[in-house]
Design a protein around this ligand. Structure first.
Ligand code: SF4
Length: 352
C-alpha cells in the first residue's frame, strides 16, 4: 500500500497496538479515537475544570505519549471575574497548582461578569468574552449582540438551549477562543472534554469524537471525549496512579466538582452549601423570590432543601471547609499518602 494512503495506525502498528491496548472499548472505537491521536495535531486542548474527569483527560494524553509541549489547559471562570456566585473560590488556584505541577500552560477564559451578569440580563446584550493568551494582553470579543432579557436561572435539564450556564459560560466561551485567537487561525486542534457515558443516559449517547463547530477550511478542530468509556473507578485509579490530590470539594463529600451551587444540587448539597457559605445560599434564595421561580422548578426553594438535607462534610474537616472558600490552594498537588476522598462514588447532582 502506498505510504500516502496508509492510516496512522497502519503506518505505526506498534504504537497503534499499544494505544488500542490502553483503550477500554472495542478496536473500532479505539481506531476512531486514534484519529485524535495523530501526530500532526498541533495542540491538544483540555477543557480543564479541576474536576476528576478533566484530570483523567490529562492523564490519558500523557499515558498515550502525547508530548507535554503540545498540551494546554483551558479553564472557564463561571463567575467571570465578577461577584462570587456559583464557583468554588479555591478552584482557580487548584487548577493553577495542577498546571504548575504537571508543567502545562493554563489559560483562563470567561464571559465578563459570568453567571450573575448573564442571569440578570434585562434588555441588554450578552456580555463579551475575555480570554488569556500566551503573550498577553487578554483579548475581549463579542458583546455587541441584540439586547435580551433573562432574569431567571438556567433550567435543570440536559437541553443546552435552556440550560444556558453550560452553553453561555463554557461551550461558547471555548468556541470564541478558537475563532479569535490568532494561534488557532490554521492547523489541526483537538479539544478534549470529560463527559463520561456512565454519568447519565444523555451522556451515554454522546459520540466520542466529533467535528467542533469552530472548524473552518484551515482550522480543523475535533472534540474528543477521551474518557467517555471510563468508569468512575478508572478515573479514581488514574488519579491514584499519578498521586493527584483531589480538589477539596471531593474531600468535603461532593461526588462532582462542577459549580459549588450547581443548579442540579440535591438537598444534601444545599445543606452543605449552607454550612460552607450561608451568604451565597441566601443570595440564591433571594433571586428565587424575585424571579418567583425556584432554581429547580420541580423542587422547593434552596432554603427548604438545605434545611431538609444533611451536610456532606465529614467530621473534623472544618479547616478544609474554610480553606475551600478562599481564593488559594496551599496543599501539594502530588501526594504520597493518596486516599479515596469522601465524595468518591457518591451520587451528587451535576450537569447531565
Ligand atoms: S456545573 Fe451546574 S451550574 Fe455550573 S455551569 Fe454546569 S450545569 Fe450550570
Amino acid at each position: 500500500m502506498p505510504a500516502a494512503t496508509r492510516t496512522w495506525a497502519e503506518s505505526n502498528p506498534a504504537a497503534a497496538a499499544r494505544r488500542v491496548a490502553l483503550h477500554d472499548g472495542t478496536v473500532a472505537e479505539a481506531e476512531a479515537e486514534l484519529e485524535c491521536a495523530l501526530d500532526d495535531v498541533d495542540r491538544y486542548i483540555v477543557a480543564f475544570s479541576g474536576g476528576k474527569d478533566s484530570i483523567a483527560l490529562v492523564i490519558r494524553l500523557l499515558e498515550l505519549g502525547v508530548p507535554r509541549e503540545r498540551i494546554e489547559l483551558w479553564h472557564h471562570l463561571v463567575d467571570g471575574k465578577g461577584a462570587r456566585f456559583f464557583d468554588w473560590p479555591s478552584t482557580l488556584a487548584y487548577c493553577q497548582a495542577f498546571a504548575d505541577a504537571f508543567d502545562l500552560p493554563l489559560y483562563c477564559s470567561w464571559r465578563i461578569g459570568g453567571f450573575l451578569r448573564e442571569m440578570l440580563r434585562s434588555d441588554t446584550p450578552t456580555a463579551p468574552v475575555k480570554f488569556e493568551t500566551p503573550t498577553g494582553p487578554d483579548m475581549v470579543v463579542g458583546g455587541v449582540g441584540p439586547g435580551g432579557t433573562r432574569l431567571r436561572f438556567p433550567q435543570v435539564t440536559s437541553d443546552l438551549t435552556v440550560r444556558w450556564c453550560s452553553s453561555y459560560l463554557k461551550i461558547d466561551v471555548a468556541a470564541r477562543v478558537f475563532t479569535n485567537d490568532a494561534r488557532f487561525e490554521a492547523g489541526r486542534f483537538v479539544l478534549l472534554t470529560g463527559e463520561r457515558a456512565e454519568e447519565s443516559a444523555a451522556r451515554a449517547r454522546y459520540s466520542r469524537t466529533k467535528p467542533h463547530g469552530a472548524s473552518t477550511r484551515s482550522r480543523i478542530v475535533t472534540q474528543w471525549r477521551a474518557v467517555h468509556g471510563w468508569t468512575e473507578a478508572q478515573v479514581w485509579a488514574a488519579m491514584q496512579r499519578w498521586r493527584v490530590n483531589p480538589h477539596p470539594a471531593y474531600r468535603l463529600g461532593f461526588g462532582r466538582l462542577s459549580c459549588m451551587t450547581c443548579i442540579f444540587g440535591n438537598d444534601d448539597q444545599w445543606a452543605t452549601v449552607k454550612q460552607l457559605s450561608p451568604d451565597i445560599l441566601y443570595l440564591i434564595a433571594s433571586y428565587e423570590e424575585s424571579f418567583n421561580a425556584t432554581i429547580d422548578r420541580k423542587h422547593e426553594g434552596v432554603l427548604v432543601r438545605a434545611n431538609r438535607g444533611t451536610s456532606m462534610i465529614p467530621p473534623g474537616l472544618d479547616e478544609l471547609a474554610k480553606a475551600s472558600q478562599e481564593e488559594t490552594f496551599n496543599e501539594p498537588i502530588l501526594v504520597d499518602d493518596w486516599s479515596l476522598p469522601a465524595g468518591a462514588f457518591k451520587h451528587t447532582g451535576g450537569p447531565t
